[in-house]
Design a protein around this ligand. Sequence first.
Ligand SMILES: Nc1ncnc2c1ncn2[C@@H]1O[C@H](COP(=O)(O)OP(=O)(O)OP(=O)(O)O)[C@@H](O)[C@H]1O
Length: 217
Amino acid sequence: MIDIENLSKSFGPRTLWSDVTFTVSRGEMLSLVGPSGSGKSTLLNCLGLLDVPSGGVIRHEGKDITRFGRREIRRFRRDVLGYLFQNYALIENDTVAANLKVVVEPRRSSPSGSTAISEALDRVGLAGRENEKIAQLSGGEQQRVALARLIVKQPVLVLADEPTGALDRANAALVVDILRHMSDAGCAVVIATHDDYVRDRCDAVFAVSESSLSIVP
Ligand SMILES: Nc1ncnc2c1ncn2[C@@H]1O[C@H](COP(=O)(O)OP(=O)(O)OP(=O)(O)O)[C@@H](O)[C@H]1O
């Protein structure tokens, strides 16, 4: 579903990685591992069209997404992509429900949209918390709202940046279970992580290093 060919990224004279070639298929969950600063987030950002690679190609269903114009980028973000950011990327002054409504498609608007939202909150252990303000939630709860937003959106490609970094083991397990479930349902999931627990639940592991990206058996 996503084919990455000979991708490279440099900042000035510094090459983060080069010759990155791999494929992520629907139903697969992959982790990107490597030391801090090796460029895992940057690679995710290139896949999510938040950053531009210095060379190479990223294909989605045969089309080079690095050459997309503004409208195609918007469509790709809306229809294909789900991002679980390190900082959750929620609107802090708004309610939980308002943050989830952002991704409810028009055809799923009220009342079925509200049902999708309450079901997703139930799945992440936040049933009935629709009207609470994001700013009043703990970091772990905010992460679970971001996860509920992914469940409501039902993306085809999920990019998750350190999704368990700030969580206790029980909440980390919940996050991984839900990502695993999304991948089993046909989604492609790519996770940048330092967490061995996450790595062990993935189908494949890629080690990000200066000169290449290699599969770890
Ligand atoms: N816009 C930029 N300009 C210059 N350097 C940058 C830019 N963005 C990232 N970098 C550098 O690229 C390197 C890789 O950053 P990145 O966040 O991708 O690493 P990471 O492997 O995800 O790290 P961590 O595990 O600590 O989150 C860092 O040294 C960072 O300072």
